[in-house]
Write a protein that binds this ligand. Structure first.
Ligand SMILES: [Zn+2]
Length: 434
């Protein structure tokens, strides 16, 4: 539908189109406007007739859905405020590349050679929130292009062709005063842009402001997303809640700590959170919690190694025993086996030593044989691992191997004893008889 004039905002400059209705003055028809596009100087109201019949030249009542436009305006004014904040923090090398504002969020693309630091982004957010809390009036004025261009703080999108006169939007400074005194340093405190979009009358209407994400989208181009109003307030409230949870987790230990850390990681992965919180205090607490879990794990491993060593040292071996073969009671990985074998071969240096260790995921075997002994440690390990279906390797004086079957510790030990018994008695058995 084309009208002689319209209150609908047609999609432009990153701001999505208005929606609403066109109704006959006597309610003889209703047309639902789902989209609005500008074409050849006309505003095209796109949608469908939901009741009645439309006729050429009919008079219509135009109803824009202002409940939806209000949050769009909040997000649009917020991008102007943030664009200003970005320049304050990052300098003149950051330039707007594009934007999108709808009733849920804003998106802002800008050129910048490097990722901004956590501190820089936190500062951009703080400056933007500050301007919103200051209830700055928003000024909108059609100006001669040259007059507008003379204002020192004007931010134009490079390469964009602007009409003359051009529509100027200033957040905080009176446009006429700026044009009268364009070089005044005072104006640098405020956002001044060429823009055809719909805006708030005062920044206070945006209520709150939050940056949710920042990241690179192409070489030298970065994207910020964020929100205003109730959504921003809800995200800040959620950050407070999650922050308190994370702080409380610092008092936990053991499995309770691990569980809470997993839950917090899930929150970070699945939920939108304020960027300054995510990369700031939350990241710090999560790092501390991770370090605590890691330290506890190391403590566990140390304690397990000590248990294995104590077990090996307390093992009673008969003087006459030709070899030592032992299944560790304490859970043991390859590293713990090493300790056990070292302890046993030190105590029984003339005997071949084999130790079987079972951990949740494997059965492992390590064997050593004194130089010149009939026992081949590599073969011994291979024979021991046969029932568990494992493989071994090594040399005659030291062999090791493992099986992914963690249920055959006892069988592994039996096979090791049988093999060793064969070796130590085998020498005499094969001696020629008189
Ligand atoms: Zn704008």
């Amino acid at each position: 539908i084309v009208l002689d004039r319209s209150a609908f905002y047609a999609e432009a400059g990153g701001q999505i189109a208005d929606v609403g209705t066109l109704t006959g003055s006597g309610l003889e028809f209703e047309f639902m406007v789902e989209d609005c596009q500008r074409y050849a100087g006309f505003v095209l109201h796109e949608g469908y007739v939901s009741s009645g019949t439309l006729s050429l030249g009919a008079e219509v009542k135009v109803t824009v859905d202002f409940g939806r436009r209000a949050p769009i305006a909040m997000n649009h004014t917020a991008t102007h405020v943030m664009n200003h904040g970005l320049r304050e923090v990052l300098g003149d090398d950051c330039n707007q590349k594009g934007s999108l504002v709808n009733d849920d969020k804003f998106r802002f693309d800008f050129s910048f050679a490097r990722p901004p630091t956590v501190e820089e982004m936190a500062k951009v957010e703080a400056l933007s929130r500050e301007q919103i809390q200051q209830s700055l009036p928003v000024f909108v004025k059609e100006c001669a292009l040259d007059d507008a261009r003379s204002i020192n703080s004007l931010r134009a999108v490079f390469g964009e062709a602007y009409p003359d006169p051009v529509r100027v939007v200033s957040v905080g400074a009176d446009i006429e005063k700026m044009i009268a005194d364009p070089d005044n340093a005072e104006w640098m405190k405020y956002s001044v842009e060429f823009c055809g979009g719909t805006h708030l009358a005062s920044t206070a209407e945006a209520v709150d402001f939050v940056i949710v994400s920042e990241g690179g989208i192409a070489q030298g181009v970065r994207r910020i997303t964020g929100a205003t109003g109730a959504k921003a307030a809800a995200l800040h409230a959620r950050a407070k809640e999650v922050g308190e949870k994370a702080s409380a987790a610092q008092a936990l230990s053991g499995d309770a700590l691990k569980k809470e850390l997993t839950a917090l990681k899930q929150v970070a992965e699945e939920e939108e959170l304020p960027l300054s919180f995510r990369n700031g205090p939350f990241a710090e607490v999560m790092k501390a919690l991770g370090a605590k879990v890691l330290a506890a794990g190391k403590g566990d491993a140390k304690a397990a190694a000590a248990r294995v060593q104590a077990e090996a040292e307390s093992l009673v071996v008969a003087e006459s025993a030709p070899f030592v073969a032992h299944l560790l009671e304490a859970e043991a990985d390859a590293k713990a086996l090493d300790l056990a074998v070292a302890a046993l071969s030190k105590a029984h240096s003339t005997k071949p030593v084999l130790v079987v260790g079972v951990s949740p995921k494997a059965t492992a075997v390590l064997a050593v044989a004194p130089k010149g002994h009939a026992m081949n440690a590599k073969e011994w390990v291979a024979a021991a691992l046969e029932p568990a279906g494992g493989k071994g390797g090594g040399k005659p004086d030291r062999g090791q191997g493992s099986s992914k079957d963690a249920s055959k510790g006892a069988e592994t030990l039996s096979a090791a004893v049988a093999f060793a018994t064969g070796v130590v008695s085998g020498g005499s058995a094969s001696e020629p008889q008189d």
